[in-house]
Design a binder for this molecule. Structure first.
Ligand SMILES: Nc1nc2c(ncn2[C@@H]2O[C@H](COP(=O)(O)OP(=O)(O)OP(=O)(O)O)[C@@H](O)[C@H]2O)c(=O)[nH]1
Ligand SMILES: [Mg+2]
Length: 1152
């Protein structure tokens, strides 16, 4: 009896265990790869989306809930695991540092969807990772913290989404904080949420307005062009309307009644959109769901007596429907579960919601467990978000023609100037077709490194039944062989060594050697410490197959050139070595990206995000891949962050240098934004976006890529050198008379040039420097003039436009015709107009037309001005007057004078490194007021022409190489002087002229009051009132300047906006976090360059100054400190007193 009872119990227990196992398997088992492969073919139901937000607003937590909905992680761990933060430092720091993708499955009714979701980092240092994510998507979930609202990075990501033309939906996250932390009532919360929506929509509104205005300007221009073309003469009619009135923009905004907003608490696992409540209440109250959909959000209330929904809740002091029907429920639940912990009420709520909660959860001491148990059944956040995503975000098939054109038109070229074959590819991109003959087009947005042993082909996996059987067979065979060997070579001590050969001879039928080896090799190959690069990519058209060969198009590839050089019908399997910026590669493996895991695929159809292996030799950071050479390289990514923090790195042991170089090359490839350079000084330099980014790069270098001990220099802070107008007051703020002013300048001048001025240089009191070449054949007269600040700012922000302008000018000079896109022409004309507006006054008369060049690197913020009356050279703006009739009517443009290039090159060299501490110049205009070349030089020019050319190209090359990437360029090679064949013992005239011009510019610079410019960060700090004072303290100590401070409405948070010199920013974030016990955390973004007002060369000159500062003037001079630090780092001479306070040495008495 007892025994049978026992058996029954055991049986029951076993059954229970089996059931539990089954349930767990259902909950934990991820969707099979086969299913996802099947879904990849149904393009209509694919959604490629990324999650974007300010740092810490809960992207990864939300992603956890979505991942858990597919059973990849347990729902209990969702929010705690942060599954997509797979790096150790991400987990430790609690911030995401890279974008990573995962493919999920979702069923909505009968429809099945494939969601390729990319989680992105919110920290400003990693904003380049956001760019790489946004490019591959068609839509985005923008997450906003319900308490913090719109923050700087929220605006930045909305702008990025806008620029890439992808559609956003909104998730207002951390709703629980409104209840638990801020303790708002439902009504207050509703007002607060309305305000946040308003803020987000304001950002979208601004982006939209600027776009409409831009488009309108384009249209007007086109119309005018047409009119001119038809030679219509008549009165010009101006249209003053902005065009904004006519455009419907309602679909752009976020509004809960549009279904593009979800309210959520990712950490507690709930989220809802208006739709869900509309359906719940339409059933319960008998009101049509459509009516509720329109009224649940907004100024509507429920008139209980009339049983009708009325407008005007606010005016009548009634509760809006959203408060009454939606928020109330949630507030009640929180009150019962979290605030009061009222068991009875909880049970009532649970039964009214008709859900089941495990008794274990009901009894749990942490109320959050019970809360998530209830919420995840009642309003699962994944359901709400994924429904919205499937409904509101476009599929890859919905790609607009506008987006495609923008992707395809690169640089200054017009889309319609591209070859016909290329223009045809536009249709392929729009159709996103996966038929067999569709051209394959892929964009790689970044390369990421994974440990080779983590790749699926090397992963330890459970053996299948067949493999186990095969192995058994193998073992049996080996055993049998050994037995045979034992018998035949009995007593022979070599028996072991024979086994292999015997094995080869004694094959059993059906089991080939290759098979056996592959079985044994695959699992035992030592792959420790190896990294493999995988391309993070998307297929825009065609089907990609494993092993397929493909063209890799560099960003400078020109399809017109490619098509003319390649034979007709040429494919990537043929060898193409002679086409610039084009190479071939085979895609060795294709992967499905599943967060931390990769799954191998055989082929991937259009519209999907994927990983590609085998491209590391051909792709550095990003690239376009296509099987057609007619494909243009797709537009490069636009990065918001400018890398600014640089450190020099060297190995602890000099012999490990090659390892470091190798490691840095890998790092350069693995990070979209980090730059690796070899400076002119030979230092290996790493440039990163900020401190956190720097730390991550160094960790990667140390632990993954170089694996050596390194010493890292202190961050190298960049400075700029400039000149300013002579001061009007002295350091004690006394007005300076004219006499004194001249005295001050003279003194500086004398000091700086003491003993160095030779007789070939003359400086006149007005600052004009005249310099003659050593062979006395050429003389230049240069004056340095400070550019107005606004001009400086415009030049700095327009470096891209200036670069394009320079390219166009080079082409024109070479006699090529250039087809320039309207947008580029407009940008150039805009820049010219802005400069004309700002450079007004007698001094700048006609200055914009007279601009000779920009520098350094031909696109920098300094200007070379032609002030020679006798020399009319072609204008840098000549592309704007290309269609000019007078020009076409035969009046030839002026030709540049001989040696024109030497003057420009001398200017480029001078602006590349200034005399203060060899940093680049900024905001300086060098006006050429004299340039004489004696006739003997001109007559010589024929004989030395060749030489001068080689010299000029050498200088050009040197200018370019100084900034070149280590990965792409080599170190500048020393050029032997034997090239110089001139009879002139001073070398060729052009070379001398370059040197003379450079020196003249330097002296002209020194003849003016010089200043350093510091890079500045803007920093936004959010802090509570208690820690505000401490935050100010830290800012003050680090030379920060507070711009404004405001209180965030509805919270006790203050937002301080300040600027801070980059030089003072290291450790700032940590210090402020420590001082405020983690309550304030700043975001530092590079903003601009600012002149440091103190003069580094200042010494007291006036009587008042002697009185005030003493003879030594040893109060801290910030500019001098910075300048000397840079000089010391570069090994330049530093003028410093070694003994500052010379006092007689004495021994202090013990008792004093
Ligand atoms: N109260 C509350 N906290 C949340 C919620 N969602 C996330 N958090 C917390 O917010 C912090 C940041 O969450 P993450 O998901 O790492 O934020 P993120 O946006 O991915 O951050 P980055 O990737 O670094 O930009 C974590 O401590 C989360 O626990 C929420 O709904 N409510
Ligand atoms: Mg994150």
């Amino acid at each position: 009896m007892d025994a049978s009872c026992c058996r029954k119990k055991k049986k029951k227990r076993r059954k229970k265990r089996r059931v539990r196992k089954k349930i767990n398997a259902f909950a934990m088992g991820p969707v099979s790869v086969d299913k996802i492969i099947a879904l990849q073919r149904n393009t209509t139901n694919i959604r490629n989306l990324c999650i974007l937000a300010h740092v810490d607003h809960g992207k990864t937590t939300l992603a956890d809930s979505l991942v858990a909905s597919n059973g990849i992680i347990s729902s209990r761990l969702a929010g705690k695991l942060r599954y997509l933060d797979s790096r150790e430092d991400e987990q430790i720091r609690g911030i995401t540092m890279k974008s990573s993708a995962i493919s999920l499955h979702f069923s909505k009714g009968d429809e099945e969807y494939l969601l390729n979701i990319i989680d992105s980092p919110g920290h400003v240092d990693f904003s380049s990772e956001v760019s790489t994510a946004v490019r591959l998507c068609d839509g985005a979930i923008v997450v906003v913290d319900a308490v913090e609202g719109v923050c700087p990075q929220t605006q930045a990501v909305l702008r990025q989404a806008w620029l890439e033309n992808i559609r956003p939906v909104l998730v207002i996250n951390k709703m629980d904080r409104l209840i638990v932390e801020l303790k708002l009532s439902c009504q207050e919360a509703y007002t607060h949420l309305k305000k946040i929506l308003g803020q987000v929509n304001a950002v979208t509104g601004t982006l939209f307005t600027s776009k409409v205005l831009e488009e309108r300007a384009e249209k007007v221009e086109k119309k005018e062009e047409k009119k001119e073309g038809k030679n219509l003469s008549g009165d010009q009619v101006y249209d003053w309307s902005s065009g904004l009135e006519e455009v419907d923009d309602s679909h752009l905004y976020f509004s809960p009644d549009q279904g593009n907003v979800v309210f959520a608490s990712a950490i507690d696992g709930w989220g809802f959109s208006i739709q869900q409540f509309a359906y719940i209440y339409s059933e319960r109250m008998g009101i049509k769901a459509e009516v509720l959909l329109k009224t649940l959000w907004g100024d509507f209330y429920l008139d209980a007596k009339a049983k009708r929904i009325m407008k005007g809740a606010e005016a009548k002091g009634k509760k809006p429907l959203f408060v009454q029907l939606v928020l109330n429920n949630i507030w009640n639940l929180y009150e019962a579960v979290v605030t009061r912990r009222d068991q009875d009420r909880v049970e009532k709520v649970v039964s009214s919601l008709e859900i089941k909660v495990a008794p274990r959860d009901l009894r749990h001491s942490d109320p959050k467990v019970l809360l998530s148990a209830i919420c995840s059944q009642w309003l699962p956040v994944s359901q709400a978000v994924l429904l919205m995503v499937c409904d509101k975000l476009p599929s890859p098939l919905d790609m607009t023609a506008e987006r495609v054109e923008r992707l395809m038109s690169v640089g200054a070229h017009r889309f319609d100037s591209l070859p016909d074959q290329t223009q045809k590819l536009k249709m392929a991109l729009i159709q996103c077709s996966s038929v067999d003959n569709a051209p394959v087009i892929i964009f790689v947005s970044k390369m990421f490194a994974v440990e080779t042993k983590a790749l699926p082909q090397y992963r330890q996996r459970p053996l299948s039944q067949d493999e186990i059987a095969q192995r058994r067979e193998l073992a049996r065979q080996r055993h049998a062989d050994r037995m045979v060997a034992d018998k035949t070579v009995a007593g022979n001590h070599k028996e072991d060594t024979h086994i292999d050969s015997i094995k080869l001879e004694g094959q059993s039928p059906g089991l080939s050697t290759a098979n056996m080896e592959s079985l044994t090799l695959k699992d035992s190959k030592p792959l420790q410490d190896e990294e493999t690069f995988i391309a993070f990519a998307r297929v825009y058209s065609g089907i990609v197959k494993k092993g397929q060969r493909i063209f890799v198009l560099g960003p400078k590839y020109d399809p017109a050139q490619g098509l003319s050089l390649l034979p007709e019908g040429c494919s990537a399997t043929d060898c193409v070595s002679d086409v610039p910026h084009l190479s071939c590669c085979s895609m060795e493996s294709l992967y499905l990206l599943m967060g931390r895991e990769l799954e191998e695929l055989e082929e991937v159809p259009a519209g999907n995000v994927l990983g590609i292996g085998g491209l590391e030799e051909c792709v550095l950071k990003s690239a376009t891949l296509s099987i057609s050479p007619a494909c243009p390289p797709l537009n490069p990514l636009n990065f918001e962050a400018i890398p600014i923090v640089r450190v020099a790195i060297e190995p602890k042991h000099p012999s490990e240098m090659p390892k470091l170089v190798h490691g840095m090359r890998l790092l350069n490839q693995a990070d979209p934004c980090a730059q690796v350079l070899i400076q002119e000084t030979g230092e290996h330099v790493l440039v990163t976006a900020g401190e956190v980014h720097l730390q991550r790069c160094l960790d990667d270098l140390r632990e993954r890529f170089a694996k050596i001990e390194m010493s890292v220099s202190k961050p190298i802070i960049p400075f700029r050198e400039t000149v300013v107008r002579p001061p009007k007051v002295d350091m004690v703020n006394e007005e300076l008379g004219k006499q004194q002013k001249v005295a001050v300048i003279h003194q500086v001048k004398e000091e700086s040039s003491q003993g160095r001025l030779s007789d070939s240089i003359q400086v006149d009191p007005s600052g004009l420097v005249t310099l003659t070449t050593p062979n006395r054949l050429a003389t230049v007269g240069i004056r340095a003039i400070p550019l107005p600040q606004d001009v400086n700012r415009i030049l700095e922000s327009s470096s891209d436009v200036i670069r394009t302008l320079e390219h166009i000018n080079i082409s024109l000079r070479e006699g090529k015709t250039v087809d320039i896109s309207l947008r580029t022409l407009e940008a150039i004309a805009g820049l010219k107009a802005q400069l004309e507006k700002l450079l007004q006054g007698r001094k700048w008369r006609n200055a914009v037309e007279r601009i000779w060049a920009f520098g350094p690197r031909r696109n920098g913020p300094n200007i070379l001005l032609n002030s020679l009356n006798a020399y009319k050279r072609p204008s840098v703006w000549q592309c704007l007057s290309q269609d000019d009739k007078t020009y076409q009517n035969g009046t030839q443009p002026a030709a540049p004078r001989e040696f024109d290039n030497s003057i420009v090159n001398g200017f480029q060299l001078a602006t590349l490194s200034g005399p203060m501490c060899e940093e680049p110049l900024m905001g300086v205009c060098f006006s050429v007021e004299r340039w004489d070349i004696q006739s003997s030089a001109a007559s010589e020019q024929d004989s030395i022409k060749e030489d001068s050319i080689s010299h000029e190209t050498l200088v050009n090359r040197r200018l370019e190489e100084s900034s070149e990437d280590m990965a792409t360029g080599n170190r500048p090679k020393p050029v032997s002087r034997t090239e110089a064949v001139s009879a002139d013992c001073y070398g060729p005239v052009s070379g001398q002229l370059i040197a003379a011009m450079k020196e003249a510019c330097r002296h002209a610079f020194q003849a003016q009051p010089q200043r350093l410019m510091a890079a500045m960060y803007t920093c936004e700090i959010m802090a509570t009132a208690e820690v505000l004072g401490r935050a100010y303290g830290v800012l003050g100590r680090r030379e920060g300047r507070v711009l404004h401070e405001e209180m965030k409405e509805g919270t006790d948070m203050f937002i301080i906006k300040a600027v801070l010199p980059v030089a003072e920013s290291f450790g700032f974030a940590d210090e402020i976090r420590k001082r405020t016990s983690g309550l304030a955390s700043p975001q530092l973004v590079f903003s601009h360059w600012e002149v440091i007002s103190s003069d580094p060369y200042w010494v007291p000159t006036t009587e008042e100054e002697y009185l005030h500062f003493g003879e030594k003037a040893d109060s801290v001079n910030q500019a001098l400190k910075y300048m000397n630090a840079v000089r010391r780092r570069k090994g330049l001479y530093v003028e410093e007193k070694i003994v500052e306070h010379a006092e007689k040495q004495r021994t202090l008495g013990k008792n004093k």
